[in-house]
Design a protein around this ligand. Structure first.
Ligand code: GDP
Ligand code: MG
Length: 468
């Protein structure tokens, strides 16, 4: 992600000129970065061509004729600077729009209806995360008051029924399955029939995945689908599979009527670019993303958030959503206004951290903050080390002067005696080590840099407007 940002920044050259050569160089950087994020090569090329078409007319020729006479002309130079920055924004906007477009297929997501049985069939390769995701999905609906049940039609994998049973028991969701019946079609049909009769609203069917998309597996899917006539078939795909997602999605989508996609394991190192392939192959929307092994690690999908994360801008929209509903909506808006201008003081960081502390689950929220250093993001939901670090940061900022908080003190030269003495004072006042204060200042610098980039990108402003 960071590479992408950097390549976009290259468009701001010292001379302020954007030439065809530069545009090509930047586009090839972006292309490489996207392919490294597992975005399908074909999409990347289409995106590149479209972006090129859109911005080409704004580009200066390499052998610019009127170059010689105007070199020292200030007004001309300013015009160039403006144009370079516009082109950079345009390229960025075009890339984002193109990716968002790819993630939003014609087919709309199936919307389950209350008061009637909604049968949802889960398919996908073994290990993709079906059984885990089913538990999360059941949890999601049950928490919202839906009468929910699960059916285990995986008779292939040893222990499959036990796994589902365990999840169902923890969630207190009724389940259906068998240790003796070997025919998954029979079990699926019996289970669904029973829960339909009992007026369940959300009936979720788990299936086997086996190892590859063998003909046998796909046939089994077809038979189960024919038997339970699902209202929606959800294809579960593992983000860590990278480019392989494309072929898998094709195979499943040719066999059964895939209506939605869920991408799992986005909490790991996977960049998630394969999601675009899954959407293209199935022509169906992504409905949720899986981000961990816990029942609440399931996030409704939002294309803009996903793309801005893919591009390394952080999940600005997700963050907005999470922050909405707080009592100080007004000051949040003021902050967004500031951020859209690229401003972010220690005081702003203080109020953000404070909000985060009150928002829980910490790891989720922290992960959404653009530029949040990795070492600050807790690994599990209850990671006290990170919570404590955050608290310490707040104590340190409590020990700062107004001037320091409001960005009127320059901390950049750490070896300067005045800076050293400020750091010592803050450490003493907050009961921390000067090294920890330096860590805080470093974190702030990272945030500030991020915010300034986002401000230039226009992304924050757009988010703020979109909220009205
Ligand atoms: P199935 O064969 O498709 O039913 O896959 P499972 O649900 O059994 O999951 C396979 C493995 O992936 C298990 O160890 C799960 O805990 C793990 N898993 C599933 N979803 C996620 C996720 O979103 N993040 C992480 N980190 N692990 C996951
Ligand atoms: Mg399973």
């Amino acid at each position: 992600g960071g590479k992408l940002r950097d390549s976009l920044r290259k468009l701001h050259t010292s001379s302020g000129r954007v030439t065809q050569t530069q545009l090509n160089a930047v586009l090839s950087d972006i292309t490489r970065a996207l392919i490294e994020s597992d975005v399908n090569v074909k999409f990347v090329m289409t995106m590149r061509d479209n972006v090129k078409k859109n911005v080409e007319q704004l580009i200066e020729k390499d052998d610019d004729d009127d170059d010689d006479d105007d070199d020292d002309d200030d007004a001309n130079e300013q015009r160039r600077q403006r144009r370079a920055s516009n082109v950079s924004k345009l390229v960025q906007k075009a890339v984002v729009e193109e990716l968002v477009r790819l993630l939003q297929p014609q087919r709309k997501a199936y919307v389950p209806r209350r008061g009637k049985p909604n049968v949802v069939l889960f398919v996908g390769l073994q290990g993709a995360g079906k059984t885990t995701t089913i538990a999360k999905y059941a949890n999601y609906y049950q928490r919202r008051g839906w009468k929910t049940a699960m059916v285990c039609a995986d008779t292939f994998r040893a222990g499959a029924f036990d796994q589902l049973k365990q999840n169902a028991t923890k969630l207190r969701v009724p389940f259906y399955g068998s240790y003796t019946e070997a025919d998954p079609v029979a079990i699926a049909e019996e289970g669904v029939d029973q829960f339909v009769q009992e007026h369940y609203e959300m009936i979720i069917v788990d299936t086997s995945g086996r190892h590859r998309q063998e003909a046998g597996l796909l046939e089994e899917m077809q038979e189960i689908a024919a038997a339970v006539r699902p209202d929606n078939t959800v294809l579960v795909m593992d983000a860590t599979q990278g480019q392989a997602v494309n072929d898998q999605a094709m195979a499943f989508s040719n066999a059964v009527d895939v209506g939605s996609v869920i991408i799992t394991k986005l909490d790991g190192h996977a960049k998630g670019g394969g999601a675009l392939s899954a959407v293209a192959a199935t022509e169906s929307p992504i409905i949720f993303l899986g981000s961990g092994e816990h029942f609440d690690d399931l996030d409704p999908f939002n294309a803009e958030s996903f793309v801005s994360k893919l591009l390394g801008f952080g999940d600005v929209r997700g963050l907005m959503e999470a922050m909405k509903g707080g009592d100080d909506g007004k000051s949040q808006e003021e902050l967004m206004e500031k951020m859209s201008k690229g401003e972010f003081t220690l005081r702003d960081m203080y109020s953000q951290f404070q909000r985060v502390m009150n928002m829980g689950p910490l790891n989720k929220v922290m992960g959404m903050i653009p530029g949040m250093p990795d070492y600050l993001i807790p690994k599990g939901t209850g990671d006290d080390a990170s919570t404590n670090r955050l608290k310490k940061f707040l104590y340190m900022m409590d020990s700062m002067t107004n001037k320091e908080l409001d960005g009127k003190v320059d901390f950049s030269d750490r070896s300067a005696p005045q800076v050293q003495s400020r750091i010592r004072r803050i450490a003493a006042g907050s009961g921390t080590h000067p090294k920890e204060v330096e860590m805080l200042l470093q974190a702030h610098k990272q945030f500030e840099g991020m915010v300034s980039k986002m401000g230039k990108s226009g992304l924050v402003g757009k988010q703020a407007q979109a909220r009205q």
